[in-house]
Design a protein around this ligand. Structure first.
Ligand code: ADP
Ligand code: MG
Length: 568
């Protein structure tokens, strides 16, 4: 070990009490200590914070940490104060501080006590803060949750866009560190470009979560009952159920309670006090289940969440990965169960229809990937990792049998001839069409785009009319993942031939495609109050629920909540 290595191991032990680095941490820490721009891509729970905290503690000056959420910053500051006797070791700089507090923060920074200064991007733009920070020694700027910089990320924050310019005002050659758990190549590209760190050393960890089991079930009218049955089969374990609307969150939480499951609701419509009460009840295991909108989760670190159920399908693979990522953080069991119906996709599309066109295009492109994930018959892990630009060996890879499709393989059929037809159409339409138009061309269905390209006059028009749309869509998805075609995300999903696809055209060979299958949901009369259709129940049912709750709630020891307000 070099002296440097002894130093950083000693510092790791001293400040954090850990004897070993996790994953890529050591390389990252060294790279930052060497003053280089650094880009860290690690899944949630991978240990990104330590990557900048440790070098900040070891270096002269103050490290600025840009973070999107006050709650996240506060947690980290508390944690930092725990590793050092010095209160001033870490501070948050935001608009809620009073004059005395600001004076103290500035003093601690000036005299070198403060190693980490957490700021929201809005605070960093303020002239008075820029002026002050220009006058002190900054060791580096770390941008946490850096995906907020990209519209293709799941949490776009326009203020993140100005960071490069602001940091340039703080001084020359201040190293920048971007950190994110977002794995899509497109978002990563945006981060590097927007932070201006094209020379950054990139550390990318695998996004494979081998202990998570992925399953998709068809969402039927009995979805609420299906969820209750699943939870009862997992009695006593902690779990999260995600719903799209606040109203559904409240309703489902009630239905669970009525059925003897200890559950609380959680969404952004509750006031802060209520939210933190329900959150604590879940963390402290006073209740087993939290039914929530996506407002629940960021920064939540409960290691033993055993299942994450999606009552409604999320709007991107990325969100799904993040939300399911909250299961099994301790490495133990984690069941990720999503209920899917195409109707929900149409609902999400409708939500988006009011938004600016560019945003809609992005939203739809992301949504189509969700459809593909839900409908795929291949290894879901392989699908998801492929989406993140990662190869996965579905036979020998870590966690290879941990999904429904692999455990219960769907029937495989020879699709060599169809594959050939597909590639001929992709090539014949000059690689200008998205999946939908390709399928229309194959099936001989005309539309404005096809006639404007005179595609309906070509010899390949309609060569696949013997098969239905879902067959062709499935083949496209499987062919994408197998690498014969690729989708151009900048062109919102236009399909292109790859080299491998070109070879297939020249030299066709066997291609086994898996057939999709549909689950059969059972009925269960023991379940009360579940609404039909997976939507929100009508007034009569809600009244019934309220009455039922009176007899159940006390037994469960859960707080009353009958709020039913603005559905969003
Ligand atoms: P991320 O920001 O990547 O989601 P965090 O920084 O919140 O992850 O870290 C996740 C957990 O991993 C934390 O509980 C942290 O204490 C723990 N952790 C980080 N580094 C190590 C390490 N070297 N050894 C053991 N635990 C670690
Ligand atoms: Mg983090």
């Amino acid at each position: 070990m070099s002296l440097n290595e002894i130093d950083i191991h000693a510092a790791l032990k001293k400040y954090f009490g850990f004897s070993q680095f996790k994953g890529l941490q050591e390389g990252v820490v060294k790279n930052i200590l060497e003053g280089r721009n650094t880009f860290v891509i690690m899944p949630t729970g991978g240990g990104k914070s330590l990557c900048y905290q440790l070098p900040a503690l070891m270096q002269e000056g103050t490290a600025i940490v840009v973070s999107p959420l006050i709650a996240l910053m506060k947690n980290q500051v508390d944690a930092m104060r725990g590793v050092s006797a010095e209160m001033g070791i870490a501070h948050v700089l935001n608009s809620s501080l009073n004059k005395t507090e600001i004076k103290q923060v500035k003093k601690d920074i000036t005299d070198g006590t403060t190693k980490l200064l957490y700021v929201a991007p809005e605070s960093l733009t303020k002239d008075e803060n820029v002026e002050f920070l220009r006058s002190v020694k900054i060791s580096f700027v770390a941008v946490d949750e850096a995906h907020c910089i990209s519209e293709w990320g799941h949490d776009f924050r326009p203020e993140y866009r100005n960071l490069k310019a602001i940091v340039a005002r703080l001084g020359e050659d201040i190293p920048m560190i971007g950190l994110t758990a977002t794995a899509t190549p497109k978002v990563q590209e945006d981060i590097i470009k927007n932070l201006g760190i094209t020379d950054a050393t990139v550390f990318k960890a695998s996004f494979n979560r081998p202990n998570l089991f992925y399953e998709v079930r068809t969402k039927t009218d009995n979805v609420d009952a299906d969820i209750i049955r699943f939870i009862k089969q997992n009695e006593g374990k902690s779990g999260i159920v995600y719903c799209l609307s606040r109203k559904k969150v409240e309703e489902l939480a009630q239905v669970l309670q009525v059925n003897g499951i200890s559950a609380v609701p959680y969404h952004a419509g509750f006031d802060a006090k209520t939210r933190s009460k329900y959150q604590d009840m879940f963390l402290m295991e006073d209740v087993n289940v939290v039914v929530a909108t996506i407002a629940f989760g960021m920064g939540i670190d409960k290691p033993d969440v055993r299942y994450v159920i999606h009552h409604d399908i999320p709007k991107s693979i990325e969100s799904y990965y993040q939300e399911t990522g909250r299961a099994g953080r301790d490495g133990g069991e984690g069941h990720c169960l999503a209920f899917y119906s195409y109707k929900d996709i149409e609902k999400l599309e409708k939500f988006m229809s009011g938004k600016p066109v560019a945003e809609q295009e992005i939203g739809n492109a992301l949504l189509q990937e969700v459809v593909a994930y839900a409908e795929t018959s291949m290894s879901r892990r392989k699908f998801m990792l492929h989406y993140f630009g990662e190869e996965f060996d579905e036979i020998n890879g870590d966690g290879a049998d941990m999904d429904d499709n692999t455990r219960n393989p769907k029937e495989k059929v020879e699709a060599k001839d169809d594959a050939l037809k597909l590639l001929r159409v992709v090539q014949g339409t000059s690689e200008k069409f998205k999946s939908k138009e390709i399928v229309n061309t194959l099936r001989g269905k005309n539309n404005a785009l096809i006639s404007s390209h005179k595609t309906n006059e070509k010899e390949f028009f309609g060569i696949g009319s013997d098969k239905d749309k879902s067959h062709w869509m499935a083949l496209i998805r499987q062919f994408l993942v197998a690498g014969y075609i690729r989708k151009d995300i900048e062109q919102y999903g236009v399909l292109h031939l790859t080299e491998k696809g070109q070879e297939f055209l020249n030299n066709p060979h066997s291609f086994l495609m898996t057939k999709d299958h549909v689950y059969n949901a059972e009925n269960d009369n023991a379940i009360v109050g579940a609404s039909k259709g997976g939507g929100v129940a009508d007034e009569k049912l809600l009244k019934q629920l309220k009455d039922l709750r009176k007899s159940q709630a006390n037994k469960l020891g859960v707080p009353p909540f009958v709020v039913f307000q603005d559905p969003s």
